[in-house]
Design a binder for this molecule. Structure first.
Ligand code: DGI
Ligand code: FE
Ligand code: FE
Length: 201
């Protein structure tokens, strides 16, 4: 799977070039996590009949902006004329929701399905494509993750992507509430749709 060569010309890079770009952008520890997410995403894409090349690119790029300083995100919110309310959040929300605009420009990635998966990889959304779910779940279950419940999450992901999204979302929300952290509206939308089965508005 590490030899996956890109055929679809979604990016002006080979996989090897993309891996190098990512490696130079993040710490060793995060780079390992990113490779783990890529492998988990490819595995899920194979299992659920989705595009492995898009899964690979989404996995490799999902945390590309995670180590940028806050000032870069504030500047990007201005530059791309994004919702000013984003400024009240932090890196956890910015690296996907704002990072996607930086990635789109810096890496000349135009594929909207990959960009959307990266944008919402932290929060989920009320309506998620198969690729959105694959990246959201892969980020949680990659082999480097070690927390109570990760084994259950891996087992659930083998049976149903929707159930894996629901499991992860419920656990993330419990954690945020436990820590008294602010909950981003999209996280609640994901909970309502995938955990509570609420109809869409
Ligand atoms: O970037 P990773 O650490 O690989 O994982 P991630 O992007 O899924 O999540 C980053 C962090 O964001 C993680 O500690 C959980 C947190 N998070 C997820 N949803 C929300 C959130 N933090 C806040 N404050 N609000 C949310 O709704
Ligand atoms: Fe992330
Ligand atoms: Fe991640």
């Amino acid at each position: 799977m590490n030899n996956l060569e890109y055929q679809l010309n979604l990016l002006p890079y080979t996989r090897a070039e993309l891996v190098n770009l990512v490696k130079n952008q993040v710490s060793e520890k995060r780079f390992k996590h990113i490779l783990g997410v890529e492998q988990a995403a490819i595995m899920l894409a194979e299992q659920y009949g989705e595009c492995t090349e898009r899964a690979s690119i989404a996995g490799l790029l999902h945390d590309y902006c995670k180590e940028l300083p806050d000032s870069d995100f504030i500047a990007a919110i201005e530059k791309y004329h994004l919702d000013g309310n984003l400024k009240t959040w932090n890196n956890n929300i910015w690296h996907g929701m704002v990072g996607v605009y930086i990635i789109r420009e810096q890496l000349a990635l135009k594929d909207e399905t990959i960009l959307h998966a990266i944008e919402i990889h932290t929060t989920g959304a009320a309506q998620m494509s198969a690729l959105d779910k694959i990246l959201y779940v892969a980020d949680y279950i990659e082999l480097g993750r070690d927390f109570p419940g990760v084994q259950s999450a891996r087992e659930i992901a083998e049976k149903s992507l929707d159930d894996a999204v629901a499991f992860e979302t419920a656990h993330t929300l419990s954690y945020l509430i436990e820590q008294r952290l602010a909950i981003y509206p999209l996280t609640i939308a994901t909970y309502n749709r995938y955990c509570a089965g609420k109809k869409q508005e």
